[in-house]
Ligand binder design. Structure first.
Ligand code: PEP
Length: 254
């Protein structure tokens, strides 16, 4: 982490977990444990949990995010939720391009790009996920894969937008598997992403953008991963569902 240049952000991704009725108390529990944290703390929750999460987070240092959105502003898209709808209820962040969305819901680099643009236009802060499959790592093409994903995600995005953009490097083989990338592997790929931003924009943009690591980060391994210069926080799945573990990761970021 480089505190001088960029914000450290620890974001939870609840995925399809926790009921709306459990959400208010859980956010309060987390907020009590992370009060006064020096880093930004975010909880990304299912659509139907958002209202309760936002209510509970009022007056605390916990920010609330969604886990997805549709790229169209409105219209005949049954079952979908737009960026403007999320903004309207007080959502601040939104995860885009999570590997589970790419794997199970046919999201592509192009839809990720459309969603990034829609989120930014609505005033939401996208957390854009990139990362390689195990086969791709074994083939030695991790750098190419994350570079292409990053380049396509930000097509048509102006450098001035980067103050509101977060990138999460999430090797797919490490998500929900208990297999964490080593801190050196995480650092290496976060640096590759930063170099891509430098090529696309400039050094100031690259050095100023928060790049998180995500993939089985937990209370035990967070400190080492977050100790790396190019790793500016974490996107946390499983461990965000236990307030004690999540708070320990927040403390590790300090
Ligand atoms: C995630 O869902 O983004 C994630 C990193 O999950 P986990 O921490 O459970 O691997």
């Amino acid at each position: 982490m480089n505190y001088d240049k960029r914000k450290t952000i620890i974001a939870g991704n609840w995925k399809m977990n926790k009921l709306p009725s459990e959400t208010y108390d859980y956010i309060k529990e987390v907020a009590a444990k992370v009060e006064g944290a020096k880093c930004e703390v975010v909880a990304c929750v299912p659509f139907v949990n958002l209202a309760n999460a936002i209510e509970a987070a009022k007056g605390t240092n916990v920010k609330i995010g969604a886990e997805n959105l549709h790229f169209m502003p409105s219209g005949a898209f049954t079952g979908e939720v737009s960026a403007a709808m999320l903004k309207d209820i007080g959502v601040e962040y939104v995860i885009i391009g999570h590997s589970e969305r790419r794997q199970y819901f046919a999201e592509t680099d192009i839809t990720v790009n459309k969603k990034v643009i829609a989120a930014l236009e609505a005033g939401l802060k996208p957390i854009v996920c990139v990362g390689e499959l195990l086969d791709e790592r074994e083939q030695g093409i991790t750098a190419e894969i994350v570079s292409i994903q990053t380049k396509i995600a930000f097509m048509g995005v102006d450098k001035s937008a980067f103050k509101n953009i977060v990138i999460a490097y999430e090797p797919v083989w490490a998500i929900g598997t208990g297999k964490t990338a080593t801190s050196d592997q995480a650092e290496e790929v976060c640096k590759i992403i930063r170099d891509v931003l430098c090529d696309l924009y400039d050094e100031e943009t690259a050095e100023g953008t928060t790049i998180q690591y995500g993939g089985s980060m937990n209370a035990g391994n967070a400190k080492e991963l977050l100790g790396k210069y190019d790793v500016d926080g974490g996107l946390i799945g499983g461990a965000s569902l236990k307030s004690e573990d999540f708070a320990t990761i927040v403390k590790a970021a300090e």
